[in-house]
Structure formats: structure tokens, C-alpha cells
Design a protein. Sequence first.
Length: 764
Amino acid sequence: MSALSRILLVGHTHHDVGYTNSPRLIDGAHARIVGEVLDLADAHPGAGPDAPDRFRWTFEVARPVLNFLAAASDPDVERLRARVAAGDVAVTGGYLNMTQLPDGAEFAAAYRALDAFRRVGIPVRTEQHGDVNGIAWGAADQMLDAGIDRLVMALNPDHGRAPLEQPSLFRWETPSGRLLTVFLSTHYGVGEEWGVVDGDLARSEAAIRGFVDRLTGRDDYPFGTAVVHAANDNRWPGIAFLDVVRHWNARHPELPMATATIDQALDALLSEAPADLPVLRGEWADWWAHGHGSTAREVAVYREARRFARAAAASFELAASRGEHPDRRATVLGYRRGPVRVRDAAELATDSARVDEQLLLYGEHTWGSWETYRAPFSTFTLSHRNAKDAFAFGAYDLARDLAIEAMHRVAASGDGVPIGTGEGILPAHDAILVVNATAHDRREPVEAEVDGRRRVTLVADVPASSVRVLPIPAPEPAASPGLLLETGRYRVEVDPVRGGIASLVDRADGRELVDAAAPHGLGAIVIEVVPDAERAHPMFRDPRDFHPAHPGPRFERVHGTAGDAEIVETGDLARLRWSSRIGGVLEAEHTVTLHRDSPLIDLAVRIDKPARLEPESIFVAFPWAIAGPEFLVETAGAVFAADTEQLPDTSRDWYSLQHAVGVRGGGAAVLWGSVDAPLVQLGGFQTGRWARRLDAPAGHINSWVMNNLHFTNFAARQEFHGTLRYRFRPIAPGGLRDAVRAFGEDLALPLQARAVTLGAERVE
């Protein structure tokens, strides 16, 4: 039983980049909130520094304060610094309330931004994360590296579960074995629900009294302090919550209430914490991550933008290390030809930072407006989505341009060697320039566009931090009909009835890699809908009731059936193509590519699907023939074992990965990676189970491409026209965790290939 001695009321606004209004307006408004907070602090000091009703405020995320500092006068910067020093204002270290889309490099960029606070003497000790049901495990290590050793999760329990009862305090063991203190707080929205934000004295008193009674009844809450949020979505700061403090203290002198910053609240809790706080280890898998599938095409653009950004950064470094030759650089504007000019160092830094900013704004948790489900075609809904999507496309445009420039600068770098096998310089000719900007040797398939008319594929063998010039492959011959293909290491057979690959044999050991018991083939499209008999499920009354408290609904699944199949073979590779369709829902084209000199297998699936408002999901299925499987999943900065390395009650139904999954069992293992689509369901189809443990009888990986299982601001309809890319290979089971990490890193920064015309240039 807890013996409470005080209540701390934390005033803040929950930061959505959108939701209540357009992202175009909200982002700037939050920066203006900083000045408003300083004015309110000046105007409402209470009776002094220790007054319980003194105006105190917490900035939930760092971005608005960073934007304020970028434009503030020296006196205003000093006002902020002084208020932080006095304990009236707390600045926290999370850039925004992030999803599990960002990778380690994006988090690193976010934490680098905190240097602006330190330069003006503003300390940052805490990260506060609101609404979202999870955060990537590797981000915990990055917080500690950034000097942040405390995390507040004001988790929204709707549509998921918390790992412990809210509120609780525990230590989160990071992948490196260090400990991060986590305060699993109540949902920030109680501040509005209980009437605290609006100064509804009777309602807030009753609600807080009930909260206090629940805490005092818990055997696992050993603290004398209760923390209450005074916040709601994009709240403009006000002073009504100060009246709540005064009213409560007048009626409950035995349990005093005072305003506090989140730093002060944590200081109080930690001063009362027992030495044996629970220690939890593993991924905080986000129940809300299925929202990534509500805008599948835009998420794919975001991920491509990120690859361009990583390639640009690494290639600029490589060009500089090799020694650049400005006189050799191309001077023609365009995507297929060189940039019109080369950025100087200052412009390069500015543009790179802009890409980082756009990526982080897209990776933030606000997926749409508050009315996306009620009014999916309203002008406000469409405008909001346009603004959100612009973050992904803006990052794509600029990052692609940077990557193109970087390739040209690499091509013009180095001392050079003669091209070709003869002596001297060859006449001008076309070739494929391949850049390996990573620190390890690479041998893998790459694609390049030639003459703007065709794409070519070749296996490139490129040492670490170097470039290679390779001949352009001859045009592929005409295709011939066929369902069976044997090339290099593999034998592949497509079954039209199962809609995909029914057999994939690794001829190195004779192992069959596809589960014959699965009703669909590998690479098949599977749709998932709710049958009429399940329309009584509460989710059809209110989308919030797609929720663990309402298990289900039961879904019905149909896989595509294949049409004509054809085979193309060259001296280096072989492709097997087939079409499939699900009547009235979608059409798809599938291409599996085998390489004679590489164990990697590539699968591309082109999907054309019109929009529907009915609840549905689309999968590309990978039913691996692995029994008793263990799944190792790449998250930002870490690899975790699904189920066994997760915090309690975090999502087992679906996972948002970076790129790679490894599955092993029965002496076999497969490395699998998704280039464009981050969501997976493991061990089978899991939608609607709301499982507390992962039920995975088979080693199936189902790429959950898209869904419209709406929650609050996810898109209510889903259409897709584009190509999804996958890469996989069998591997020995030993050392799989490291292999997953390396496989994911290579997919995040692939070899860069580009058709070039070579003349007098000398390229190493």
C-alpha cells in the first residue's frame, strides 16, 4: 500500500505535428508557444520560488525550443535559460514523439540537435515521449550516449497495452547492458479528460481523488509522490490548471498539490525509489506501428529518401578521401546527367540538415487529421495528408539530388587508372560505375538505368571504400514460357494455384525452403478481410474498439492465383516472372531473380490496387519451411529476438522493422529483408489476436504491405501502385544475430550504380 504525501501537476502540451490542424500551421505555432510560456512564467510567479501554484512548464519535445532558439534575440535566449535554471521550465531531449520508422542515423541527427541547448547553457536530462505505444530498443542506448538517462513514456493505452500498470517506474536494460530509468506515466490526455486543463474544479477534484485512491491501493507503487499531467493535444499554454492546485490544496491540506516540471517530478520519484526497481530488457514493440501500413506508398518514398541520404553522406566522404578533381565534374542539370554545379561545404551541410529534418518530421507519430476516419475525403483530411506526405517527398527530392552529386564527385575523384584491359585511355564509351561507400567488401546484385530506356542488373564485386567500372550487360533476350527455373545455386518452381513459388530448393544441400503446408506460395499476394459474420465486432461501431479489450475480429484470407509465367536467362542471371490477381481487389506482377555468382535472391512485386474503405490488409507471403522457429528482428540500433526479447505486453501481432529478419530452426536459417515495406507478421497471420505471447508454429514471414485498420488518424482508405522489393538467402544458423544486423545495414546503404560515359577520365 502506498502512503502518498504529495501530488505534482506537470503542465505541458502534447506535441502533434498536425492532427488538430495542418502540419503547415502547427509546427510554427509550437515555436511561438515558447515565448508564450516565458510570458506566463513572468506573469504568474505565485508567492515565490517554492509556491505550489507557481507557473511551471515542460516542453514535451525539443523541436519547438530548437526553432525558438534559432530565431530568438539574445535577451529572449537569456529569459529561457534563466527560467530553466530557476526550475520553472524544463526542456526535454526527444526531438519529436517518434514512431519506430526512424533508424539509428535519424536518432543520431535528432540527438546532435541538442547541442544547441548546451551551447546556451540549457541542461537536458530527460526525454518525454507521449501517445506512442513503443520506442525502438536501440534508441535507449542513443539516449544514454546523448547524456539523457531518464525516459518518460506518457503512453496512450488505447489500441494496445502497457508493459506495466500505469504509472510505474523501472529500469530498461539497453542492448549494451546499461540501464535507462523509465517512468511509465499515465496517458497525458487525463489532463483534458479530468478537467485539469480547463480548470473544471469539481470534475478534476473527483478524478484526481479517484486516481489517488487507486495508487494507495496498489502494493507495487512504493512512492509518496503522485504525478498528474495537465496537457492535451497541441494545447496553447494557459493558467487554468493553477486554479486546480489552489482548489485542491484548500480542500485537501493533508495531501498537498504543487506544480512541477517533469524533471522535478522525476527527481521526486527517484528520491523515493527502492533500490530493487524492476529491470526489464528488450524491444518496446509499438502497438500503433500498423499505421505505417495505412500510407504504404509514402512510407516507401520515405525509406527511399533515407537510402539516398545515407548514400550521399557516405559517397561525399569517399570522394573527399580519394581526392576530388573539380575540373572533371559533369555540368549538366538533371537526374540522368550530372548536376549543374557542385555545392560548397556550407550549402552541403545546410541541405543535409534539411533532409534530416524532413525525415524526422515524417517519422513523427501524427499520421493524419482527427477526422480521417469520419471524413476520409474532406478537404481538411486531404490537405493534412498532403502536408504530411510532403515531408517524405521533400526529403526524397533533396536527398536524391545530393546522392547524384555525390556519385559524380566520386567518379571524378582519385588518382585513377586506365579503363579497360589495354594500355592508355580508351575512346569514350558507356559503362556502369559502382560505388561501395561502406567499410567492408561487398559482392551483391545492383541495378542501373541505361540511356533512360532500360534497367540492367549485374553482380558487382567492390572492395571497401572504392569504385569499380563494369561493362554494361547486353540486353536481355526474349522471354520464354515456363514455371520451372534452375540457375546457379537454386531450383525454383511457381504454382499458379498457390499464386507464387511452391518450391525453392537450395541445391547446395538439397533443402526445400518453402513450406509445402502453406496454402499460398512464396511471394504470393494474400488479402485479409472481415467476413460478414464478424461485422458485429465492436470495431464496426467505433474504430477505437479494434483493441485488446475486444479480441478479434476473425479475418478471412484469400491468396492470388497466378496467370502466365515466363523465364528470361542470360549468362549472369535468370528471371522468372508471373502475374497474379485477386478479382475486384488488385493485380500484381512478380519477378524473382537468381544470380549465377551470388547466393542472394531478389523478388520484386508490382502491385496495382484501387482504394477501398472496407477494412482490409494486403500481404506478400514468405512461408519458410522452418519448424520451431526463432525470429531475430532488426530495430533501430539493435537486433532482438521476437517474443523473448520484448518488454511485457508489447506488440506480438505485428512488428515494424528496419530492414532485416532472420529465422532459424531445425538446423536451417534464412536471412530476409524488405527494402520498401517495414511491417511484418511473424509465424503466421496474427491480425486481431492481441497476443501476449507470440504463437509461431512455422517460420513464416508475412510482409504486411498495407492496411486500413483505422485508429484515430490513420488513413481510412488504402490504394497502392508501385513495386516492393525483397532480398533473401539461406544461411547457417550460427551467428544469425550478427548476420541480421549486417544484412540490414547493407540494405540500408546498398551499392550505388550509375551508367556513365567514360572518355579521358581515369577512374580507379
